[in-house]
Structures are given as C-alpha cells and as structure tokens.
Design a protein around this ligand. Structure first.
Ligand code: MG
Length: 367
C-alpha cells in the first residue's frame, strides 16, 4: 500500500455550553479542529484528527497543526502508512518534535491498518476489556454554585467522574471543591484539576483546606518539580497531566512516586503508536490512567474509545467523550456516550465514516 495524497480539512466545533473555561482565565468558544484523509493506491482512505485546546494550553495550536502538515506531508507520499514503525520513523526524520502534527497522521495510519486487516483499532491495540469505558465530565470553571449545579446535571446524565476546572483564586477554588463534593454520591470520583494554575504556596493552602474531602488533585502547578513538592505535602491521590509528555517524564514520575494517575493525551504524545507504548508501560508500572486527548470531535473520540477500551480495567481511571460537548457531528457511526460510558466501535479501523458535508472543501491537498 502506498500513500498517494493527503487531504487536510479545517472544521469549527461550537460548544453546547457556549464556552469552556479553565485556569488563568483561559477559554475557548469554538474549537478549531483539523481532519486529515490519507488516500492510498489500495483504494482505502484513512482518517485522523487533531484539536488543540486553544493555542495557550500545550505547545500546540490549530494553525500550527496545519502548518506542520504542509511541512511534513510531502515527505510521506509513497510510503506505506500501515507499516507504523517505519511510518513514524519517517515522520520523526522529516520534522523534529511537533507531536500534535504527527498525531493526526498516525491516527489515520491506524485507521488504514484496521481497514486493511478487517480489525478494529481496539482489537489491534490488544482487544477490548469489559463492556464499556467509564467517562469523566470536565466541569468548566465558574462560580462554586454553578459548578456544583453542573456536576448535578451531568450526574443525572450518567457521569460518575467529575473533573473540576480550578486553578484560579485559591479561596474560590476551595469553595468550588467543597460545593461539588456536596452533590456527588458514594462511588463517584471527584478530581480538582488546576491545569498548572497554582503556585506551590497556593496549592498547599488548597490541599490543606480540603484535607477532609475525598478529592483527587490534578496538575496543581506548571513544572514537574513544583507538582512534586505539592504531592509530598498532601495525602490526596494525585494526578499528573500537562508535564507528562513522553516516556522520560513518565519514568521519572514513577521513580519519584510523583503520581497515582497519569493522563495520556493522544496528541500530546504524538499519536496512538506512542500512546499505546505509554499505556502499556503504565499498566506494567501499576499507574492508573485517564485515556484522552486535548480536545476533538468524532474522530478523536473514536480514537480515545479504541485506546481506552483496549486498556485493562484496573488501570483505566477514566476516558472522555469530546463529541458530546460539541454541536457538530463530523462522522457517521461515531461512538456515543451511554449512561456515562463509551464503547469502542467494532467495525474495522476507527469504525466511522466522516461526513463530507461537515468537512467541507479541503483547506489544502498534498499530492
Ligand atoms: Mg488535566
């Protein structure tokens, strides 16, 4: 199989809730997503997607993703995307870093491999564990009362994991955590995700003030070292996310006992190939995981479903269903949340069909 052309699409994904807000006053109203279609001489087309959480969250942006695809795409024509090892080596040789650019291409390569072999990506990643994956709901930053009400609403919709967006004023964040803790039920899990927004002294004040609350603390500060200092000052279960962007920080974090749960975002790591490597390592190391991405529509949600559903259940803390946050569906037969859970499609590859009318005309084509 040879790659003959790459179609790149830009799609706007508005939010049902109007906007999504997290630490430091950052917010997004319309997500700018990028979809790639890899056409091959075998008559198969594979699809992938990458959608940064705006340009100020990780070192990634939507315009940068497309610029990177323009740069990288010509180097990939003629190679066989289903040979995932050489395909990723080719990408790394042609463009240093830029994991979010490579993520969409790697996802499309897995879609092609699944179509060529008649197997779902979930099967190719090891096979499904259990009936479905438990999802978390991100609770956009707002007043303590509004966030508690949002937890209650999403609990009624079936969610049992709640990720509160804190990382603002520490005194208000303490109120946010206490208000949300007041509406969850036994068996639910509450995470306070500061998204790097606190300085260590602020984080220490918050964890001490909520020491009686059953809450996970996620990525309180910007750097790994700051987070580790907070970790050592609290008995709360601890989650690292933004600062774990590859195997080296993951191994260091494990050696230091820096986290109990790690969030594996597909595009932060560079695609499903590298996410699988990190996932399998976490299973062996006894680290629980949230399987997710920075954001996305139906294609990213399907990729998350395949990665999460092929992860053994004891290691699977939660996953996410971004396609339920946005108003536009970009693919038919995409996986949909049911009672706070998500199952990977069983048909070959990603198991969905992108909708031409939703993608529109390509932004550019590499051929
Ligand atoms: Mg997080």
């Amino acid at each position: 199989m040879k790659l003959t052309s790459i179609f790149v699409y830009q799609v706007d994904l508005p939010l049902h809730e109007g906007s999504y807000q997290w630490s430091g006053g950052k917010s997004v109203e319309v997500f700018d997503t990028t979809v790639v279609a890899l056409e091959t001489d075998a008559g198969l087309t594979g699809h992938g997607e990458v959608c940064p959480l705006g340009p100020a969250y990780l070192p990634a942006s939507s315009a940068g993703a497309r610029a990177g695809l323009r740069e990288l795409g010509p180097h990939l024509l003629g190679c066989d995307p289903t040979l995932l090892g050489p395909f990723n080596r080719r990408m790394d040789a042609a463009l240093k870093g830029h994991p979010h650019v490579k993520s969409a291409l790697d996802m499309a390569a897995w879609d092609l491999l699944g179509q060529a072999t008649g197997r779902s990506i979930c099967d190719l990643l090891g096979g499904r564990h259990g009936e479905a994956v438990t999802l978390y709901r991100a609770i956009s930053q707002d007043t303590p009362e509004a966030m508690a009400a949002s937890v209650a609403t999403h609990r009624d919709a079936g969610y049992r994991r709640f990720q509160l967006k804190v990382g603002g004023d520490p005194d208000t964040d303490i109120e946010r955590i206490r208000a949300a803790a007041g509406v969850i039920q036994p068996g639910d899990k509450l995470v306070a995700d500061a998204n790097t927004g606190w300085l260590p002294h602020e984080a220490r004040r918050v964890v001490r003030a909520v020491s009686d609350v059953d809450v996970y603390i996620e990525q309180p500060c910007l750097s790994y070292e700051e987070c580790l200092s907070v970790r050592r000052a609290t008995s709360h279960p601890f989650v690292l996310d933004e600062c774990i962007d590859g195997l080296a920080p993951l191994l260091r974090g494990h050696a230091d006992g820096a986290m109990d749960v790690v969030n594996l975002k597909i595009s932060k790591l560079g695609g499903l190939t590298r996410a699988r490597l990190a996932r399998d390592l976490c299973v062996e190391l006894g680290l629980a995981m949230t399987l997710e991405d920075s954001w996305g529509g139906d294609l990213v949600t399907a990729a998350i479903a395949h990665l999460a559903h092929s992860t053994p259940e004891p290691s699977r803390f939660s996953a996410t269903d971004f396609n339920s946050y946005v108003t536009l569906s970009i693919a038919d037969n995409a996986p949909c949340r049911q009672e706070g859970r998500l199952a990977a499609p069983s048909s070959p590859g990603l198991g969905l069909q992108p909708r031409a009318e939703a993608l529109g005309e390509p932004a550019f084509v590499i051929a």
